[in-house]
Design a protein around this ligand. Structure first.
Ligand SMILES: *[C@@H]1O[C@H](CO)[C@@H](O)[C@H](O)[C@H]1NC(C)=O
Ligand SMILES: *[C@@H]1O[C@H](CO)[C@@H](O)[C@H](O)[C@H]1NC(C)=O
Ligand SMILES: *[C@@H]1O[C@H](CO)[C@@H](O)[C@H](O)[C@H]1NC(C)=O
Ligand SMILES: *[C@@H]1O[C@H](CO)[C@@H](O)[C@H](O)[C@H]1NC(C)=O
Length: 185
């Protein structure tokens, strides 16, 4: 009798604890702020030193630092300092710089890992937004995490949907970054 009561109580507790968090976790999925930017990456290829905004800084032993390696660039690490614009025109005034790195991390398909910051210094935005996440390049759109921010973007968090907006050989690409912030202060 006593044992069944204990078991019954345990059952109640376990049902209660497994049901409650999902109720508490439920949140409204509406961004508090939404921003769209483009950034432009010109990769150094041995001939464009004047215009390049990024450089291969690490390569696997079958590659080199001038040309992205074979096998889907696996093992290449690229550091960038790219201009950010409000529209998709490379020549538009920049509102800041996208600074960080990407590395190619799969041999069989094109996929990268991104870690970078948007560093704003315009009349409209001051501060930084920090991004990190997997970038499966074969996907039309990819979601990466907005892991924090400073200045106008103090303590922010959210999701950035990135899309390759232009791609010219292995020298230039442009990313559209649709930033949805779910925590605004
Ligand atoms: C740099 O870019 C300009 C215009 O975008 C182009 O005319 C010039 O040839 C480029 N220079 C190099 C070294 O790639
Ligand atoms: C780098 O690698 C590319 C292709 O793998 C090759 O064409 C090029 O000659 C290499 N450059 C240097 C400086 O080794
Ligand atoms: C931001 O812009 C102002 C005015 O152009 C300049 O004085 C300042 O050094 C810039 N700051 C950074 C971090 O680039
Ligand atoms: C890539 O696309 C697939 C299907 O279109 C989707 O399920 C997946 O979440 C995407 N991955 C990322 C990281 O965005």
């Amino acid at each position: 009798m006593k044992l069944t009561t204990v078991l019954f109580l345990l059952l109640l507790v376990s049902v209660g604890s497994s049901a409650a968090p999902s109720r508490w976790r439920k949140r409204v999925h509406e961004p508090c702020k939404r921003l769209v930017f483009y950034f432009h990456d010109v990769i150094y290829n041995g001939q464009n030193a004047q215009n390049a905004t990024s450089a291969i800084v690490g390569a696997p032993s079958w590659g080199n630092n001038t040309i992205l390696a074979g096998q889907n660039h696996f093992g290449d690490v690229v550091v960038f300092d790219d201009p950010i614009t409000m529209d998709n025109n490379f020549h538009s005034p920049s509102v800041g710089r996208a600074q960080g790195f990407y590395l190619y991390d799969k041999r069989d398909i094109f996929t990268a890992w991104l870690g970078f910051s948007f560093v704003f210094n315009s009349t409209e935005h001051k501060g930084t937004i920090n991004f990190a996440g997997a970038d499966p390049l074969m996907n039309k759109t990819r979601d990466i995490s907005v892991i924090g921010g400073t200045g106008d973007f103090f303590m922010t968090r959210g999701i950035a949907t990135i899309m390759t907006d232009a791609f010219e050989g292995e020298v230039y690409f442009r990313l559209r970054v649709d930033i949805k912030l779910y925590e605004c202060w």
